[in-house]
Design a binder for this molecule. Structure first.
Ligand SMILES: Cc1ncc(COP(=O)(O)O)c(C=O)c1O
Length: 386
């Protein structure tokens, strides 16, 4: 009998898409659903970026490119990292990928052996656990606690290190809690990785999406030259989720191997997407502060609203566009509560447990929607508990 691979049995998906499917089924039945489940900005890709992509197609930029990306974009990433992270990576450290997610996959493929241990935040982005499991490695969870504003505590990390620890994955600003790790905590984590000789993968997809605080990176300590891999991308802060574009800054011995991973898996990132990305990085940047001003208004509204619902309490997130309210006092668990809101309030959100066991007692609301929808959702949720 033919059987599928062990890895195929162990890889898993994302609850956001399952909830979206359920919500769409209810919509087909004529129910009005307010969507707070999917993590993508509600703005369109800025005109100048879209036009650069269209121009690239018209200019016949529709062929294979080098697997690691076009030189023009890799140089722009070099400038970008220098400007935003405070160090200038060498060109041979920079690789362009179709979205940030392949960067997670490829950097884990390049560093992890079966039996290795991978430390990551819980609740956290499901891909880290899925790829860890696919590779036959062991996921070691660092709980994100509300009393620590959902930030990883470096002492917790120390207590999880064994001889098998190979990698820590850091995500800040964080999905699903919106927490932002401080500069000194990141320095401490980078020091721990250095002392105990393991890799760092730093998922910084929300790097330009902070409120009242700055973004920092744990990759600064070795400037991505020895053990750290910086991942960032265009999906969120340039509203380009469907274009599929991201970048990695990694030690040269890893980027050498990544070239062959990319050759074997994807050949290259779509050519016209890369030219659009060049415009994103080098063109007018006013879109981002404008979007963040709007997101801040939405954040303030949803946090205030959620805190008026009996049984709910919500800390103001410092980054990304997710609110992560505590719902323990409703007496329901996360799954029950999310389901209750979908069925009885027509509000689609995710149970905290979609992001790991420590998400129990919480919900995730993606507030990339209109202010009116936020008001309406809060009203409907309140009514559903009456
Ligand atoms: C933490 C995190 N990393 C990566 C991604 C995926 O990014 P991309 O769409 O560029 O692959 C997301 C998207 O939700 C995310 O929240």
């Amino acid at each position: 009998m033919v059987t599928i691979s062990n890895g195929a049995k162990k890889i898993y998906g994302e609850a956001a898409f399952e909830v979206l499917a359920k919500a769409q089924e209810l919509e087909r039945q004529g129910k009005n659903i307010l969507h707070f489940e999917i993590g993508e900005p509600d703005m369109e890709t800025p005109e100048n970026i879209a036009n650069a992509g269209i121009k690239a197609i018209k200019d016949k930029k529709t062929h294979y490119t080098p697997s690691i990306g076009i030189l023009e974009l890799r140089k722009a990433v070099q400038d970008e990292v220098e400007y935003t992270r405070g160090y200038r990576p060498d060109l041979d450290q920079i690789v362009i990928t179709p979205g940030l997610k392949p960067g997670i996959f490829f950097s884990m493929l390049a560093t992890i052996n079966p039996g290795d241990e991978v430390i990551y935040q819980d609740p956290g982005y499901p891909t880290y656990g899925s790829v860890t499991s696919f590779l036959g490695a062991k996921g070691v969870l660092v709980p994100l606690l509300e009393e620590n504003e959902f930030r990883m505590n470096p002492d917790d990390i120390k207590s999880k290190i064994t001889g098998k620890t190979k990698l820590i994955i850091i995500n800040s600003p964080q999905n699903p809690t919106g927490s932002v790790i401080t500069e000194s905590e990141l320095n401490e984590i980078a020091e721990i990785a250095e002392k105990n000789d393991f890799f760092i993968v730093s998922d910084e997809i929300y790097s330009k999406m902070t409120y009242e605080t700055d973004h920092h990176t744990a990759t600064l300590r070795d400037e991505g030259k020895i053990r750290s891999i910086l991942l960032d991308g265009f999906s969120k802060y340039y509203a380009m989720t469907g274009w599929r574009l991201g970048y990695m800054v990694a030690p040269p011995d890893i980027t050498n191997r990544l070239n062959d991973f990319l050759v074997s898996a994807i050949s290259c990132t779509a050519a016209f997407t890369q030219w659009a990305g060049l415009e994103a990085l080098t063109g007018d940047q006013s879109f981002i502060p404008e979007m963040m001003k709007r997101f801040k208004e939405k954040r303030d509204k949803i946090v205030k609203g959620l805190n008026t619902i009996p049984g709910f309490s919500c800390l103001p997130p410092k980054g990304a566009f997710y609110a992560f309210p505590n719902i323990k006092e409703t007496g329901m668990n996360s799954e029950e509560c999310a389901d209750h809101l979908l069925q009885n309030a027509g509000v689609a959100c995710l149970p905290g447990t979609a992001f790991g066991p420590y998400g129990e007692g919480y919900l995730r609301f993606s507030y990339a929607t209109t202010l009116e929808n936020i008001d309406e959702a809060i009203e409907r949720i309140k009514k559903s508990f009456e």
